[in-house]
Structure formats: structure tokens, C-alpha cells
Design a protein. Structure first.
Length: 317
């Protein structure tokens, strides 16, 4: 799959470009950014090319797919350009911060017979797959699930505190916790019970929040997310007899070996999992998605389901 990256921030330099270069089914063709300095740096490190404008890139017949890594506030406009040019779209999360814009991208992809993919990398790590397995194994005995993702103050926060660029803690960080809930309980009844969101009036964004959900009318779930807090990245699963705890379920280094701590009647057992670069795993999974209309439609529905719940949470804050 011949792919170019549009947008080169710190995240792209550290995670996306190395993954695009390493993934077996990806041919990394080039990169476009308004930053000439960033482009020069990338061209010195990788065997790829660049273009003078987005229009020139999108007109390049060699390309099949664009990985869009511009700020979220630009995703809809940039994404429509990509899809209207006949290129498939991999979009950095969140795909947009507006339900109608997300629906617009989905409809454009369907109209142009292209695939659309929202790049939540953690879903493709053995760590998350094991968490899903635990939920399936304990579902009938499950009592509570608590998911937290909180970021410390960042030296270079990028778009996060800029409303015009799509700054929103709910969509940027909270969406990880919401998508986790959807993926863990995709065949179950999920109902939003309560939500609280803190506004940063100076920057005109939401900066933290928490929500409670009820699954199948009996399983309680709490989600927490925030900016400028201590770093927390964890899940806790509680059944009538056991507790399961694991950290770094979202962001993690490629060589990090996750651990799931299982507490049963005072005894503690630790299950160690394999390390994996989840960005590479995510990209390599795309081959299966692009080859199957059923899987493409599943991705469309996954994107819409997340956007729908986030929109409900934003409307009820």
C-alpha cells in the first residue's frame, strides 16, 4: 500500500514515520508538511520524497493512501480533500471533534469506494487483546470496570490548548477510554449514566472529565481523563472474586512488556505479555481491512459508534 504522511509533528516523527517505514504491507512514499525544517529532517533520515503543496501530493498517481496527521480541527477539510482525490484515508485520532463532520467523512469514503480508518493503535497490541479476553471470560461475574487516561503538563502540547485547531481533552484523551469501553463490550448494552466535564475558559477548551456508564443494566464503569495531571494510563476490572489491574494500556514504548496483576483472595499473580510496536501492528492489520468490504464497513461503523457516544457525552456535559 503506497502511502504518504500529511503532517509532521513530534508524534509523527517519533511514532508514525518509523512505523510507516517498518510495516510489511506499507510502502512509505513521502511526506508533506508546511514546515520545511521538518521535511528536510525526514528526507535526510528516510528514502522518501515530498511535494510543494497538498494538491500536488494528492494529484500524485503513485499514491494509494494518505495518513493524515494534521491537527484535529483540520481533519475534516483535509480528509475530504484526500477522499475526493481518490486516495484512501488513515486519520490520526480523533478523526474529527464533530459528529456531523465524522459522518461526512464516512459518507465520502463510501461514495468514492475508499476505506477510512481511525488510527487508535492500542487496539492492535497483545495487551489489549488479552484485556478483551478477560472481559469475555468474566462477563457473567463482572461487577465494575474503571478506565483512566490522564496526561501530565506537556512541554510541547501542540494543538491541545488551541480551540481553532480542535483542542478538546474529551476527544483527544477521553476518546481512548470511551473506545475501550465500546470495544470491550461491543455486543452488550452500554448506557451513559452521568458525565462531568471541566472547562478551561482561558483557552476555550474542555480540560478534564469523568463519566459513568452502565453495561447490561448491572456492570458499573467509570471513565476518567484529563490534561495537566499526574500521568495515569490504566484499567481495573472487578469481579465478585478477583481484581485485574494493568497500566499503560494505551501509550507504551515498543519494547515495553505489559503486566496484568490478578488479585484473588489476598494472593497476587502477575501475567506478563509480549512487547510489540502497536503502530506497526495497526498498519499491518490494514491489509486485511482493505481486502474485505465487510471489514471496511465494520470500520465505518466503529468510527460512527465512537463519534456518536462522544457527541452524546459532549451534549450532556
Amino acid at each position: 500500500m503506497k502511502t504518504a504522511l500529511w503532517g509532521v509533528g513530534n508524534h509523527a516523527k517519533k511514532n508514525l514515520i518509523p512505523a510507516l517505514d517498518q510495516a510489511d504491507n506499507i510502502e512509505f512514499i513521502g511526506v508533506f508538511s508546511r514546515s520545511k525544517e521538518s521535511i528536510s529532517q525526514i528526507l535526510s533520515l528516510y528514502d522518501c520524497k515530498t511535494w510543494n503543496s497538498p494538491e500536488e501530493m494528492l494529484a500524485d498517481s503513485e499514491l494509494e493512501t494518505i495518513f493524515l496527521a494534521t491537527p484535529p480541527g483540520l481533519h475534516f477539510g483535509n480528509g475530504i480533500q484526500v477522499l475526493n482525490s481518490g486516495k484512501n484515508l488513515i486519520c490520526e485520532k480523533p478523526i474529527t471533534i464533530n459528529f456531523e463532520e465524522t459522518k461526512g467523512l464516512i459518507n465520502s469514503a463510501i461514495k468514492n469506494n475508499l476505506f477510512l480508518f481511525e488510527a487508535y493503535m492500542f487496539l492492535y497490541h497483545p495487551h489489549f487483546l488479552r484485556i478483551k479476553q478477560i472481559i469475555q471470560e468474566t462477563l457473567n461475574d463482572l461487577k465494575e470496570v474503571h478506565i483512566t487516561f490522564e496526561l501530565p503538563e506537556l512541554e510541547s502540547p501542540g494543538f491541545r490548548f488551541n480551540n481553532d485547531l480542535g483542542g478538546s481533552c474529551l476527544y483527544d484523551v477521553g476518546s481512548y477510554t470511551v473506545l475501550t469501553l465500546i470495544e470491550l463490550f461491543k455486543d452488550e448494552k452500554i448506557v451513559l449514566d452521568n458525565i462531568s466535564i471541566t472547562e478551561d475558559k482561558k483557552n476555550n477548551i474542555d480540560s478534564s472529565g469523568s463519566a459513568s456508564f452502565l453495561i447490561n443494566d448491572r456492570i458499573k464503569s467509570t471513565l476518567k481523563w484529563s490534561y495537566n495531571s499526574k500521568y495515569v494510563n490504566e484499567i481495573k476490572i472487578i469481579t465478585s472474586e478477583k481484581q485485574y489491574y494493568s497500566e499503560k494500556i494505551f501509550s507504551k514504548e515498543a519494547d515495553y512488556r505489559p503486566t496484568i496483576e490478578i488479585i484473588n483472595r489476598g494472593s497476587v499473580f502477575r501475567e506478563h505479555l509480549e512487547a510489540r510496536n502497536h503502530f506497526v501492528s495497526m498498519l499491518e492489520s490494514l491489509a486485511k481491512i482493505t481486502a474485505s468490504e465487510k471489514k471496511r464497513n465494520f470500520e465505518f461503523q466503529k468510527i460512527e459508534d465512537l463519534a456518536s457516544i462522544l457527541n452524546e457525552m459532549k451534549s450532556n456535559k
